[in-house]
Design a protein around this ligand. Sequence first.
Ligand code: PGA
Length: 251
Amino acid sequence: MRRGLAAGNWKMNGTGGDLGEIALLAAAHPAPASEVLICPPATLIARMADAARGTPIAVGGQDCHPAEKGAHTGDLSAAMLAEAGASHVILGHSERRADHGETDDLVRAKAEAARAAGLTAIVCVGETLAEREAGRTLEIVEGQLAGSVPDGAAGDTLVVAYEPVWAIGTGLTPTTEQIAEVHAALRAALTARFGAEIAGAIRLLYGGSVKAANATEIFAVADVDGALVGGASLKAADFGPIVAALDARLG
Ligand code: PGA
């Protein structure tokens, strides 16, 4: 049984005054069966790691550079994130693919750098509304998966998040049938590439407008091992019930 993962993506939200959410979340969920992760802006990683010490909450980054170091103004290496206290890093989020022109090749190189630094990569894939309406959803996500996931992936170094671009921050979510179809296709593609044992250990998250009100329904879908949560991860009062819903499903 794969352990559940409830991952929060704070995006470009949060300053020092928001770190109190960690204590609130830990107090409400002192011993979750699921893994609980918050990925704050890079400026907060070290302080959040301090705030989370002694709690079950892990801290992650939202991006890293593929290189170990060098002349890359404004970028952060995977080793820097790890040193600051991160254990995970989100890679290839659709906002980075759109805002920064990130390609599958670049995401794959970042995932390799993350693994070399001991970080678990959460690699994101997902179709736009136009792609879904054109009937291209599986072709798109399978192509992103093939291009973005490095060889030698394993359950402890890779998590895949299916995030339909049209569901992010919109309040729209796919039907449970649509989520099930994509997750089954992702699991099948991972199985074809890595074999059943390795593919069976890689967690598949759903992301896009997950909130307490829809979490239980989404977590009941086959091959959904957790969620990548944006807006509803910013407050412990919103994220805690999502953790509870995941614990109730699979732990
Ligand atoms: P959302 O964002 O939960 O606010 O829709 C999800 C994400 O982009 O990871």
